[in-house]
Write a protein that binds this ligand. Structure first.
Ligand code: NAI
Length: 475
């Protein structure tokens, strides 16, 4: 390391992108540091970013508790189990959520130690005066650091509705949405996207009446159309109320609740909720990094401009995760973090952004990887599709989890699998097998020739491939 350089690699932000980047860089022999100011309720350093602290992990903890409660009703009775009326203790559920999160925070701190990453529980920003090979970083405790390479992994924050300020008590972002200490009777959710569905599911299972106000005319446009359509039916059956094509005009706190005035077409409407969550997407959190100090280029929406290798306009400065183009997903950020560390080491990592899987952890789950049928057609493929329903799958029937199906989209010319889309209780786990199928550029015949254990939900993947090939076995 050259004179006057404190670190070979300095990572700003220790979310899934930043912490994996720092660990990989240290493994590759670089003197590495990471900084992140996140603290838990006791003031202890809490690396892991949005995903660990207020996103993926705590939402899964809440979904697990609420699903167990819901299952203790009809699902248990169907399985022949009588437990009497179930009840829940929200304080215990919330304490468990916090404990699950803390375990993950501590795990990351331990991994930093094990791999020799120096961790600063501070926010970090660019200082003026740096140059390629010697960037200057300031920490919130006043420390100044010089680093040869900087990886900006500062993540994102909830997008707010203009004029609506969340107090996290009655008007919530996803953070407050997870941390409520009582169940709202009427929960309104603006934005029927991934967060709205997951957090909505938690409170709906615990007894809330959940109403979604969605701007777009249709449901879940990012998923395959057949999956979205089927999922909407299941969610409606579960008890969610959806209103599409809503233009929210005002949100007002009144004694009787939060009043939302909105327009659908020419109609003016009003709804009153006890609590309202706004989940209309997230925006990059770049400002705290002080990009102007070094002239780090971002687009009009605040995303740092990067090439396919996450290189910014500044030599030796990289940006990854929610701050840059592509889906705002933890696993995409982690892959970029690892790839950047390897790039700095002179390796040539490749990320296939077309194969980033998506999962929505409702019940049943929705998961997909690769192209939807519409995307395949738009890309010029002669696409054909095959479906296998879980109602025809022995394991799904034995488990009492028969909602949903697997859909495979394939290239009609050569049967190569282009996309796999799953609605079903195990979709989030099954999608890993789907990722391998796409990563190896397998054909439907390859999938059909693979022996899959019986009885498993995964058999539906092969059955869908057989359906594409025109020779379904069990449907
Ligand atoms: P999202 O993009 O999934 O959904 C936002 C929804 O709000 C969209 O349907 C959009 O049409 C709607 N919307 C936008 N403006 C609106 C308005 N003014 N009025 C009404 N509706 C409006 O974003 P979400 O749910 O906030 O999640 C943010 C990010 O976090 C996403 O990128 C998501 O992928 C990620 N995330 C991923 C999870 C997972 O992988 N399981 C879980 C939770 C979040």
């Amino acid at each position: 390391m050259a004179d006057g350089i404190d670190f070979d690699v300095f990572v700003i932000g220790a979310g899934p992108g930043g912490y994996e980047c720092a660990i990989r860089a240290a493994q590759l022999g670089f003197k590495t540091a990471a900084a992140d100011p996140w603290k838990d309720a006791d003031g202890k350093a809490a690396p892991g970013g949005t995903c660990t602290n207020v996103g993926c992990i705590p939402s899964k903890a809440m979904l697990a508790s609420s699903l167990a409660y819901e299952s203790a009703g009809e699902t248990f009775r169907e399985l022949g189990i009588n437990v009497g009326p179930a009840s829940f203790d929200l304080d215990v559920i919330q304490a468990r959520r916090a404990k699950v999160v803390r375990k993950s925070n501590d795990g990351i701190l331990w991994l930093f130690k094990k791999n020799g990453v120096e961790f600063f529980p501070e926010s970090a920003h660019f200082l003026p005066g740096g140059k390629p090979g010697a960037w200057k970083i300031g920490l919130s405790d006043g420390t100044e650091i010089t680093a040869a390479n900087v990886v900006v992994a500062a993540g994102s924050v909830p997008r707010l509705l203009p004029g609506v300020t969340p107090d996290e008590k009655t008007i919530l972002t996803s953070t407050g949405g997870l941390e409520q200490t009582s169940v709202p009777k009427r929960l309104g959710i603006i934005g029927a996207g991934v967060i709205g569905l997951e957090i909505g599911a938690v409170w709906q299972r615990l007894g809330a009446e959940v109403t979604m106000l969605e701007a777009l005319p249709g449901f879940l446009g990012i998923a395959d159309e057949e999956i979205s359509r089927a999922a909407l039916q299941v969610y409606k059956k579960t008890g969610f109320t959806f209103h599409f094509g809503c233009r929210v005009e005002s949100v007002e706190k009144r004694a009787d609740g939060v009043v939302v005035r909105y327009r659908t077409g020419d109609e003016e409407k009003e709804a009153v909720f006890d609590r309202l969550m706004v989940s209309i997407g997230r925006v990059p959190a770049l400002q705290s990094v002080n990009p102007e100090a070094v002239g780090l280029k971002a687009d009009a929406r605040g995303f740092v401009e990067v090439d396919e290798g996450c290189r910014t306009n500044l030599p030796g400065v990289y940006a990854i995760g929610d701050l840059v183009r592509g889906p705002m997903l933890a696993h995409k950020a982690s892959d970029e973090g690892v790839a950047v560390a390897e790039e700095i080491a002179g390796e040539h990592p490749v990320i296939n952004h077309r194969l980033v899987p998506s999962v929505i952890y409702t019940h049943p789950e929705i998961a997909w990887v690769g192209l939807t049928e519409a995307e395949a057609r738009n890309e010029g493929y002669t696409a054909k599709a095959g479906k296998a329903f879980f109602s025809a799958n022995g394991r799904a029937r034995a488990q009492g989890q028969t909602d949903g199906f697997v859909k495979i989209v394939a290239d009609a010319e050569n049967d190569r699998v282009l996309g796999i889309h799953i609605l079903g209780s195990e979709a989030g786990e099954l999608i890993a097998a789907a990722s391998f199928i796409l990563a190896t550029e397998a054909t439907c015949e390859d999938v059909a020739l693979t022996t899959i254990a019986h009885p498993t939900f995964a058999e539906a993947i092969r059955e869908a491939a057989l359906t594409v090939l025109g020779r379904p076995m069990n449907s």
